[in-house]
Design a protein. Structure first.
Length: 133
């Protein structure tokens, strides 16, 4: 009698626990994705092709970037990005692929095989003139 009642209760508890763990992982993945999108926007604003900024504005953007990373990014991502962005001088074409690779490794773990050398560093586009019809 006890066995008949306890098995469904234990199975229900295990199912609930696994479901909650799965929800937490999905929420964490979404939070990280949103953070990394913000980090990439800040990175592009610092190293974008049209970024003509004074030193104070550039410093402010970099400090916002590191504040977000310090609060929300895993330790290895923070350290890797810090190592790249605190070199003198820092060039966007060199820094961006390394940052992208660190973020990918954090999001996808062992599932990603891309390295910083595989990633596009910077694309420049020129609009085409309109066609005559």
């Amino acid at each position: 009698q006890f066995f008949i009642i306890s098995v469904p209760v234990v199975a229900g508890f295990v199912t609930w626990f696994l479901n909650e763990r799965s929800k937490r992982r999905a929420e964490e993945q979404l939070r990280q994705t949103r953070l990394y999108e913000e980090v990439l926007e800040l990175l592009e604003s610092v190293f974008g092709s049209d970024s003509q900024s004074d030193q104070a504005d550039l410093s402010s953007r970099l400090n916002r970037l590191f504040a977000k990373l310090a609060l929300y990014a895993p330790d290895d991502v923070y350290r890797e990005i810090k190592a790249v962005l605190l070199r003198k001088p820092v060039y966007g074409r060199e820094a961006k692929p390394i940052v992208y690779a660190a973020l990918r490794k954090s999001l996808f773990g062992r599932r990603t095989k891309l390295m910083s050398t595989d990633l596009v560093d910077h694309l420049s586009a020129v609009p085409l003139p309109p066609r005559d019809q």
